[in-house]
Write a protein that binds this ligand. Structure first.
Ligand SMILES: Nc1nc2c(ncn2[C@@H]2O[C@H](COP(=O)(O)OP(=O)(O)OP(=O)(O)O)[C@@H](O)[C@H]2O)c(=O)[nH]1
Ligand SMILES: [Mg+2]
Length: 339
């Protein structure tokens, strides 16, 4: 059988031009490129990201998290449509920790964001989380930069709260929205106090029908709980609001909360310094990852690490000495490649 011809890959210039023009197909291909683990793709992705970096950043980045079923996708469908009606271009990046195995929820999201997925002002991109920490897609940050360069003004990142993922998302967004169900206690929802304190707004979802009263009660309780929390360094006091994505209520208030936040933190300088800190953290993360993968490329070093682990477990060598020994071996391989 003859293999189909391989489609020639776009050049960096073609990618850059397509993205800056807002070409959705090129944008999708560029995100696939940054997600690729092939070395040649990574090099091209790195060059591409560098060429669009000055055009990125002009957006508000919003993280949306909450337990499975709390209503994240439905909220994004309604909220996203509200924003596009106001003429805003929005990008939705959904990260599904389970999708790697089932691929099921991605389809679910397409149906839950039915209107939005057909909206010319919206770009929706689901991605599997891969093996990255806390179920947050490895390359979500890069995807976000590409979307910004393509002119998307609001970036919504949906992720299921699984503990670490909230921290990872918090570190890549300007505004962190935690969705909560009324009537389920904190414990039931697995929400740790620390996660609640990270949020810039708590949204009690499904405030419709018989649930309105419960939602209002929950709002008062969460307000009280937050009241006892230490003040945030952003100078912002987190808000607690109720909403119904189905009846499309409370959405304007949430957008107003986000714009109030942006205004306040732009004025007091937090918005900018937070992004600067995030970029530095991002750089350091990648550097750590690159060092680790460079290390793992050497079969000899990986074997030595396994052997040393055994010796450590048998108390033949101290963990400290073992780590130093491994580092020395790594230095030797670096010197060997130099000469
Ligand atoms: N009554 C009511 N039901 C809602 C509302 N929003 C979502 N739901 C329902 O809640 C269920 C879960 O909604 P999703 O939007 O899929 O929740 P999710 O948080 O994205 O779920 P995962 O992606 O699986 O974590 C669906 O059956 C929705 O129809 C709402 O505002 N009111
Ligand atoms: Mg969802």
């Amino acid at each position: 059988m003859v293999n189909p011809p391989v489609k020639p890959r776009l050049t960096r210039e073609q990618f850059t031009e397509g993205i800056l023009k807002g070409d959705r197909i090129v944008l999708g291909q560029a995100i696939t490129l940054v997600e690729s683990s092939l070395r040649a793709d990574q090099e091209l992705a790195s060059a591409l990201l560098n060429s669009i970096i000055n055009q990125s950043g002009h957006s508000i980045r919003i993280g949306i998290t909450g337990v499975p079923g709390v209503g994240k996708s439905t909220f994004i469908e309604s909220f996203g449509n509200l924003l596009t009606r106001a003429g805003k271009k929005i990008a939705v990046l959904t990260i599904d920790p389970s999708s790697q195995l089932t691929k099921g929820s991605i389809l679910g999201d397409k149906t839950r964001m039915e209107e939005l997925s057909k909206n010319p002002l919206a770009f929706i991109r689901p991605s599997a989380s891969g093996n990255a920490l806390g179920g947050v897609a490895n390359k979500t940050r890069e995807a976000m930069l590409l979307c910004e360069a393509a002119g998307y003004e609001v970036i919504l990142i949906e992720t299921v709260g699984v503990g670490q993922s909230e921290v990872a998302v918090k570190n890549m967004v300007d505004f962190f929205l935690l969705l909560l169900l009324a009537g389920a206690g904190d414990e039931l929802q697995g929400i740790k106090k620390g996660i609640m304190e990270m949020a810039d707004a708590l949204v009690i979802t499904k405030a419709d029908g018989d649930n309105v009263l419960h939602a209002t009660e929950a709002q008062a309780e969460y307000r009280h709980a937050l009241h006892l929390s230490p003040p945030a360094i952003s100078g912002w006091t987190p808000k607690v609001v109720t909403c119904s994505a189905l009846e499309r209520t409370g959405l304007d208030e949430i957008w107003k909360t986000i714009t109030d936040y942006t205004q306040l933190t732009t004025l007091n300088g937090f918005f900018k310094t937070n992004r600067e800190q995030q970029s530095i953290g991002w750089f350091n993360d990648y550097f750590d990852q690159l060092i680790k993968s460079d290390f793992k490329n050497s079969a000899t070093l990986v074997k030595m690490q396994t052997d040393l682990s055994n010796e450590v477990s048998l108390q033949k060598i101290s963990p400290y000495a073992a780590a130093h020994q491994l580092l020395q071996a790594y230095h030797k391989t670096l010197n060997a490649t130099k000469s």
